[in-house]
Design a protein around this ligand. Structure first.
Ligand code: HEC
Length: 140
């Protein structure tokens, strides 16, 4: 019985060490203690599905479909439709990525995404998007 408690305590310590922080210091608490890695699966689940696909779906507002099975191919290395000279995502370079610029506070060119009256997405999600792009925009 005692041994079991020790094992549980050790597991909790490892889980705590793996729970990450964003680069602004907010703590991300993952219920099963996975590391705070900025994957494309998280960008889809935490940003695109709740905040974007109401408009950017197969109907394709601004020619952009962020539905799960097509989102990656529609953004990484792809030219913007409405904003000549921009790519939607430049792997490794958030500042050159239109999709990041429109979600981050500056929002320009065009409107901030999601557009008003929706509130801007919170800074933890902006950070997730920036870290995913900076990591080379991996497909997983
Ligand atoms: C209420 C509808 C709506 C929602 C929700 C929305 N958008 Fe948009 N989006 C638009 C409209 C309208 C435009 C074109 C006008 C503009 O860019 O200012 C646009 C344009 C864009 C463009 C430019 C596409 C191109 O190739 O020119 C990107 C990138 C974009 N949105 C990303 C997003 C992301 C990411 C989200 C979620 C965080 C989002 N949008 C949420 C309506 C929406």
């Amino acid at each position: 019985m005692r041994r079991r408690h020790l094992l549980l305590a050790a597991a909790a310590a490892v889980g705590g060490a793996l729970a990450g922080c964003t680069d602004r210091g907010e703590r991300i608490v993952d219920p099963v203690g996975r590391p705070d890695v900025a994957t494309f699966a998280r960008v889809r689940a935490e940003l695109f599905i709740p905040h974007c696909i109401a408009c950017h779906n197969t109907a394709g507002e601004a020619g952009l479909d962020l539905s799960d099975n097509v989102a990656y191919g529609a953004i990484v290395g792809v030219d913007a439709v409405l904003f000549p000279g921009w790519k939607r995502i430049v792997a490794g370079d958030p500042a050159a990525s239109l999709l990041y610029i429109k979600v981050a506070a500056s929002g320009q060119p065009g409107s901030r995404m999601p557009p008003a009256p929706a509130a801007p997405v919170d800074t933890v999600l902006v950070s997730l998007l920036r870290r995913w792009i900076a990591a080379g925009a991996p497909a997983e």
